[in-house]
Design a protein around this ligand. Structure first.
Ligand code: ADP
Ligand code: ASP
Ligand code: MG
Length: 412
C-alpha cells in the first residue's frame, strides 16, 4: 500500500465525462489499497476564459489580488465535481480549497510561493479512508487573502503536497504519456524518455517545455520527491524524474530540445564604451520589475558598443520605454527591437563530457540557413535566439541532427 499524490491537468478534467473517467481511475487505485490525494486543475480553457473576462472589464493592469480571487474559482469547480463523481461510485472523498488545507504562501499575488502546508486534517481524512481532492494552483497568505502560484501552478501544488505528506510518489497525469525529447505536438518523431534527471528537467522547463511548471521541478528536486509524468487515460510507465541517472554513460549527449516563443529582443545602439554601462542599462530595467534573459554586448568600435538582451514578449513595450529614457541619459544612438524572435535550446547532462556539441548545433542550423542572433550556454544547455518564423524548422533540424528522431532509435 502506498500514498500517491496524483495531479490531473486541465484537459484531463475538461468535461464531465473526463471527470467521471478520472474518478473511475482513482476508484481502481483505492481498490488496490492505496491512499490517494488528488490535485486538480481547472477545466481546460477555464483559467484563460477568466483572465479574458478580467481584461475585458479592466483593460491594462488588473488588481493582482482580485485576479487571484477570480482565477482560483476554476479549480474550486473541479474539486467539487470530482468529489461528486467519486461519491457516486461509493468512494468517500472530501474537497479542499488551498485555503481550507492551509497551503500558506507569501503575498505575491499571481506568483505566490508556498511557505507551509498544514497536513493534520488531510492525514485524518486519509486515516478514515477518504480520498482528498485539493484545488491546485492556489493558497492563502498569512492575512487570509487568496493567492495563486503562477500559470501551470497545480503541478507545484501536487509536488508540495507530496513533500509535506511524504508521499511515495507524485504522479502528474496529463495529455501526453511522459516527457518527450521535445514537444511531441511539434516534432512527430519525438520520443518519450523513460527517465530524465531533475537538472535536465529543470532546464527543459525553464527553457520553455511547459509539461511541468519550473517551480514544481525545483521543489521536487529540493525535497527529493519522486516525480513521474503519465498519461491520464492510457496505461504506461510515463517518465520518472530522477536524482541520478545511472545509465548516463549510455545516454545520448542531448536529452531534449526546448523552445520558447515568448521572447523579445532589444538593442541599445551606440552606447559609450565605458565602465558601468551594463548596470546603467539593466538597473532601470530590473527596477521596473522586468526580467532579462540572454544578454550580449558587442566589441566596441569607435568607443561605442551595442548592448542587446531579451525579455518576455509581454514586457517588450515597457522595456522599450525604459530604454528610450536610458538611451537619452547615456547619449546612446538609438534603441531598436524585435518581438518576433524565439529561443531554441538543446539540453543534456551528457554535454559536460563531450566537446563540439555547440558547433554541431550551429552546423545543423546553418544547413537550414537559419541565422543565429544570440547564443547563451551553461554546463548542460546551449540556447540560440532566432527569428520566430524558423522555430519549428530549427527544432526539427536539431532533433534529427542529434539523433533523437524515433526512427533513429537503436532499439528499433
Ligand atoms: P496539463 O493541462 O495537464 O497541465 P500542459 O498543457 O501544462 O498539461 O502540459 C502538457 C503539454 O506539454 C503537452 O500537451 C505538450 O504539448 C507540452 N510539452 C512541451 N514540451 C514537452 C515535452 N518535452 N514532453 C512532453 N510534453 C511537452
Ligand atoms: N489552471 C491553472 C492554469 O491554467 C493552473 C494549472 O492548470 O496548473 O495555469
Ligand atoms: Mg500544466
Amino acid at each position: 500500500m502506498a500514498l500517491y499524490v496524483q495531479k490531473y491537468g486541465g484537459t484531463s478534467v475538461g468535461s464531465v465525462d473526463r471527470i467521471d473517467a478520472v474518478a473511475e481511475k482513482i476508484k481502481r487505485f483505492k481498490e488496490q489499497g492505496h491512499d490517494i490525494v488528488v490535485v486538480v486543475s481547472a477545466m481546460s480553457g477555464e483559467t484563460n476564459r477568466l483572465i479574458g473576462l478580467a481584461k475585458e472589464i479592466q483593460p491594462g493592469a488588473q488588481s493582482p489580488r482580485e485576479m487571484d480571487v477570480l482565477v482560483s474559482t476554476g479549480e474550486q469547480v473541479t474539486i467539487a465535481l470530482l468529489c461528486m463523481a467519486l461519491e457516486k461510485r461509493c468512494v468517500p472523498a472530501r474537497s479542499y480549497t488551498g485555503g481550507q488545507v492551509k497551503i500558506v504562501t507569501d503575498s505575491s499575488h499571481t506568483k505566490a510561493r508556498i511557505q507551509d502546508i498544514e497536513v493534520s486534517s488531510m492525514q485524518q481524512d486519509l486515516a478514515e479512508g477518504r480520498v482528498i481532492v485539493v484545488a491546485g494552483f492556489q493558497g492563502v497568505d498569512p492575512d487570509g487573502n487568496i493567492t495563486t502560484l503562477g500559470r501551470g501552478g497545480s503541478d507545484t501544488t501536487g509536488v508540495a503536497l507530496a513533500a509535506a505528506l511524504k508521499a511515495d510518489e507524485c504522479q502528474i497525469y496529463t495529455d501526453v504519456d511522459g516527457v518527450y525529447t521535445t514537444d511531441p505536438r511539434v516534432v512527430e518523431g519525438a520520443q518519450r524518455l523513460d527517465v530524465i534527471t531533475f537538472e535536465e528537467m529543470l532546464e527543459m522547463a525553464s527553457l520553455g517545455s511547459k509539461v511541468l511548471q519550473i517551480r514544481a521541478v525545483e521543489f521536487a528536486g529540493k525535497y527529493k520527491v519522486p516525480l513521474r509524468v503519465l498519461h491520464s487515460f492510457q496505461e504506461g510507465p510515463g517518465t520518472l524524474i530522477t536524482i541520478e541517472d545511472d545509465s548516463a554513460v549510455e545516454k545520448p549527449i542531448i536529452s531534449g530540445i526546448a523552445f520558447n516563443r515568448d521572447e523579445a529582443k532589444l538593442t541599445v545602439m551606440g552606447v559609450p564604451d565605458v565602465p558601468g554601462v551594463a548596470s546603467k542599462i539593466l538597473g532601470p530595467v530590473s527596477r521596473a520589475n522586468i526580467e532579462v534573459d540572454v544578454i550580449v554586448q558587442n566589441v566596441a568600435a569607435d568607443n561605442t558598443t551595442d548592448f542587446t538582451f531579451t525579455v518576455h514578449r509581454n514586457d517588450y513595450e515597457a522595456t522599450e520605454q525604459v530604454l528610450n529614457q536610458v538611451a537619452t541619459e547615456l547619449g546612446a544612438r538609438e534603441v531598436v527591437g524585435d518581438n518576433k524572435i524565439a529561443k531554441v535550446s538543446i539540453v543534456g547532462v551528457g554535454m559536460r563530457s563531450h566537446a563540439g556539441v555547440a558547433s554541431k548545433m550551429f552546423d545543423a542550423l546553418a544547413d537550414e540557413n537559419i541565422n543565429i542572433q544570440m547564443i547563451s550556454t551553461s554546463e548542460i544547455k546551449v540556447s540560440v535566439v532566432i527569428a520566430e518564423k524558423y522555430l519549428e524548422l530549427a527544432v526539427r533540424a536539431l532533433h534529427s541532427a542529434f539523433d533523437l528522431d524515433a526512427n533513429d532509435s537503436v532499439s528499433e
